[in-house]
Design a protein around this ligand. Structure first.
Ligand SMILES: [Zn+2]
Length: 101
């Protein structure tokens, strides 16, 4: 029997879990992080139980989504485009609805 990847969060998890991706979802233009300004504040984030964690970050008056992919002790960080707050929060909402990735 093949191992099935369950989308059901573990019972103890109270964080945000992404639903299955929708057909025709928006493809976010992920790129390598750039050291653009000193302080980044994380306003929201998805649950750390998943191998990929998304964070909604504010920095220098703009907002972006940071993606951290982790595997066997290593990790790789990417960023969405930096956007005005309203646009970034709409993008974050779509991500949480499975309508962007
Ligand atoms: Zn979780």
């Amino acid at each position: 029997m093949m191992a099935r990847r369950s989308a059901t969060p573990r019972e103890e998890c109270v964080g945000i879990h992404l639903p299955p991706l929708r057909d025709g979802h928006l493809k976010i233009d992920w790129s390598d992080p750039m050291p653009r300004c000193g302080s980044v504040r994380v306003r929201s984030h998805t649950c750390a139980c998943a191998p990929i964690v998304y964070e909604l970050c504010t920095a220098g008056g703009l907002v972006h989504i940071r993606r951290t992919v982790r595997w066997s002790g290593d990790s790789r960080i990417s960023e969405s485009p930096w956007l005005q707050a309203g646009d970034a929060i709409r993008l974050w909402d779509r991500l949480l609805e499975g309508d962007a990735l």
